[in-house]
Design a protein around this ligand. Structure first.
Ligand SMILES: Cc1cc2nc3c(=O)[nH]c(=O)nc-3n(C[C@H](O)[C@H](O)[C@H](O)COP(=O)(O)OP(=O)(O)OC[C@H]3O[C@@H](n4cnc5c(N)ncnc54)[C@H](O)[C@@H]3O)c2cc1C
Length: 101
């Protein structure tokens, strides 16, 4: 992080040492599991299709993250947010432009 964002190290005030129980408490994930959904023959195909990002009757609301992208992980949840922004740009007839950091 320091290499990409010089100076960020000085902004760290607290370092939290977490255990699986911390993850269970903070995320409510089963036994503090890391990526939300348990992958089974039922949930595995949702890794490809993803789950619905909108909810009926709730305009301008989008869900992103590991609970709508079975498999989870940081790259996938980042992609989840990116894809929703792309979808919103499309709906607003705006160009979606991605830049690399
Ligand atoms: C121990 C561990 C190791 C991992 N290692 C890796 C790894 O090496 N590589 C990798 O790619 N992935 C790893 N993962 C998985 C990855 O961290 C998750 O898939 C990813 O962080 C999920 O992102 P998310 O945004 O969906 O959910 P989260 O990161 O859980 O974000 C949800 C946020 O919502 C907040 N929140 C919850 N309820 C409320 C509420 N009612 N109101 C307001 N805010 C709320 C939570 O505090 C949290 O900040 C690991 C996970 C764990 C637990």
């Amino acid at each position: 992080m320091e290499r990409i964002y010089p100076g960020i190290k000085a902004d760290i005030e607290v370092v939290d040492v977490a255990t699986p129980l911390s993850y269970e408490r903070n995320t409510d994930n089963w036994q503090g599991s890391s990526c939300g959904w348990l992958l089974t023959t039922q949930t595995m195909p949702w890794m490809i299709s993803g789950l619905q990002k909108t909810l009926p009757g709730l305009r301008n609301f989008y869900r992103i993250g590991q609970w709508v992208e079975p498999g989870g992980s940081l790259p996938i949840v980042a992609m989840s947010g990116r894809n929703v922004i792309q979808q919103i740009c499309h709906q607003d007839h705006k160009a979606f432009i991605a830049i690399e950091p």
